[in-house]
Design a binder for this molecule. Structure first.
Ligand SMILES: [Ca+2]
Length: 321
């Protein structure tokens, strides 16, 4: 069964990678995403796009001609917090670089120490010399996993391997950089039927809109109906005076059309929500709100209006200091 699953995964990957390589003038990192289309009210919501976490990207380069196939990772370690919403697992970019003389199939097996689980068991594609292949890998930490360091390994068919330590720790032990919201529990007024927009993604530590439709931002479920709310528990009473909101903002989906326009920032003080900041008429991707310090155990964003025709609330990240 395991063999069959791997074979199926490999087939799917080959098809997508082959499509990427034949796309004209699209050999860059965005090869697998559709070409940008001009923004118009008729555009479907980005919420209808497939998850980018499932895609494999191919990047051109120059082969050193050594014949080697080298496993690569986007970071030298991965921190995987314990007890977080399973809809927002730890993520890392993994890939393969080919220094072959000729094009061929590049394959790596992906192994992770139990009880952790990885979203794919294999990475494979037809790869020209000098090209790099990359994909997002999700690493899940089951409840009850002991804290500590676990191994994540990429093994190629040419016997090269790369080990990335996965550090499992409680949220309280994370280096949050002063952001009290990081990896804390998130609740939202609604959740899109597409599972790629989970509320927990607004506190996953990833501010980049490039992860949109890949599990890195919240899209509510009630188009043209406001308010929409997303609340983050802070893990205890914290003195706070600043909230940074990152709304959807990419070249294809700019904030002035797809981002949140009007919202209130509220802090829960002594069990009561109080408005500490208001933003109106926003067209930017990032907005910082400073306010007089309050001691709060939760923060919520009350979205009142969005820019653009689809009128969803789309939030990539909320940071609280
Ligand atoms: Ca995020």
């Amino acid at each position: 069964m395991r063999h069959l699953t791997a074979a199926l995964a490999a087939t799917t990957t080959l098809v997508t990678a082959a499509a990427a390589l034949t796309a004209p003038a699209q050999a860059g990192t965005a090869a697998l995403t559709p070409p940008p289309s001009s923004p118009s009210p008729a555009l479907p919501s980005p919420a209808s796009e497939p998850p980018s976490s499932a895609s494999v990207k191919v990047r051109p380069g120059t082969s050193k001609g050594t014949g080697a196939l080298t496993p690569i990772a986007g970071a030298d370690r991965l921190v995987a917090p314990l007890g977080v919403d399973p809809a927002c697992p730890a993520r890392i970019d993994i890939g393969l670089r080919s220094d072959a003389k000729k094009a061929g199939y590049a394959t790596a097996a992906i192994e992770v120490d139990k009880p952790l689980t990885a979203s794919r068991a294999m990475l494979t594609s037809y790869l020209p010399p000098g090209y790099e292949l990359s994909a997002k890998l999700l690493v899940a930490v089951p409840p009850g996993t002991a804290e500590g360091t676990y191994g994540l390994r990429l093994r190629t068919t040419t016997k090269r391997s790369l080990e990335v330590p996965v550090e499992v720790m409680t949220v309280d032990r994370l280096d949050n950089g002063g952001n009290f919201a990081l990896r804390r529990p998130v609740t939202a007024s609604s959740q899109h039927t597409n599972a790629n927009y989970p509320p927990c993604s607004v506190a996953d530590g990833d501010r980049s809109s490039n992860g949109w439709a890949g599990g890195n931002g919240w899209n509510d479920a009630t188009a043209r109906a406001f308010p929409d709310t997303v609340a983050i528990a802070l893990g205890g009473a914290r003195q706070i005076s600043r909230v940074d909101l990152y709304t959807l903002d990419t070249e294809r989906y700019p904030a002035y059309r797809y981002g949140v326009r009007d919202w209130d920032v509220q802090a829960q003080v002594g069990g009561q929500w109080q408005t500490v900041a208001q933003v109106r008429g926003n067209t930017a991707g990032t907005v910082r709100s400073d306010f007089a310090p309050v001691t709060a155990d939760a923060v919520r964003v009350v979205a009142l209006a969005s820019n653009g025709a689809n009128d969803y609330t789309r939030i990539i990240e909320v940071e609280v200091r």
